[in-house]
Design a protein around this ligand. Structure first.
Ligand SMILES: C[S@@+](CC[C@H](N)C(=O)[O-])C[C@H]1O[C@@H](n2cnc3c(N)ncnc32)[C@H](O)[C@@H]1O
Length: 239
């Protein structure tokens, strides 16, 4: 810090401090995925990160703790299964409680509306918004604000029918999203022209997707012991 000017070259919080706040917030993010978000945002901090779908801020805290400037986009629809009328207020209070609110610009709007007026460069996009195929494909269009070597992370890429369909469609047609692997079902794409083998790598994740679908069905049938045999120890759906 020089004369009261924050030093943006250092993270706001180290990973452990950020995760100890984020893990107390309800949401869908494993510790390994939290580390992927934190490290990816840290690599571009103090550059701009766009998060599509923030809910209560579990992932937003990890992104902002890195020192990156985060735009958190969420319309907080009242009719969503886990949405409540006070979700936005709870998100803001979680960000303040973690000490990262100064790095987050919360946009109460859809991804598409926000993107329509967007013009500044973005260094990392985190897609975890509406989970139907068309919305997810539309969210992937945020990648046009990224440059070669930047990253798009997609949550539930291999654990949701809608998101997985979007990822498969995109793998077939994209000329700028190169699949670079996954942490659980969080997929990492780098901005670069994919080779055929990169497209095929996405297809090779389909057994993992099928396993996750089977686990979801087993959980709905209250067959947790069988889900455990597939390595799923949580009561929540796999992600
Ligand atoms: C799975 S939750 C996000 C979870 C969050 N990333 C976390 O770590 O807990 C999906 C979010 O997408 C939001 N959403 C729904 N439609 C959206 C849209 N059109 N644009 C952006 N976000 C949307 C929902 O309000 C919800 O908060």
């Amino acid at each position: 810090m020089l004369c009261g000017v924050p030093d943006l070259s250092v993270p706001l919080l180290d990973f452990e401090a950020a995760w100890s706040s984020a893990r107390q917030v309800d949401g869908w993010l494993t510790e390994a995925q939290a580390r992927m978000l934190y490290d990816s945002a840290r690599a571009v901090a103090p550059g701009r990160v766009v998060e599509i779908g923030s809910h209560l801020g579990r992932s937003t805290i990890m992104l902002a703790a890195s020192g990156a400037a985060v735009t958190a986009v969420d319309p907080f629809p009242g009719d969503w299964r886990y949405g409540r009328s006070d979700t936005e207020q709870r998100l803001r209070s979680h960000l303040a409680g973690a000490g990262v609110d100064t790095r987050v610009d919360v946009r109460v709007a859809t991804s598409r509306t926000t993107r329509a007026d967007w013009s500044e460069p973005v260094r990392l996009v985190y897609v975890d918004g509406k989970h139907d195929m068309w919305s997810c494909l539309d969210d992937l269009r945020w990648s046009r604000f990224l440059r070669v070597g930047d990253v798009v992370l997609v949550h539930d890429a291999f654990s949701s029918l809608g998101v997985t369909s979007a990822v498969l469609c995109d793998a077939a047609i994209t000329d700028r999203h190169r699949y670079a692997g996954r942490t659980g079902s969080m997929a990492r794409f780098e901005i670069s022209r994919p080779a055929l083998r990169d497209r095929l790598r996405v297809l090779r994740e389909l057994p993992w997707f099928v396993r996750n679908l089977v686990v979801k069905v087993l959980l709905r049938l209250h067959l947790r012991p069988i889900a455990r045999l597939l390595g799923h120890r949580d009561t929540a759906d796999p992600y």
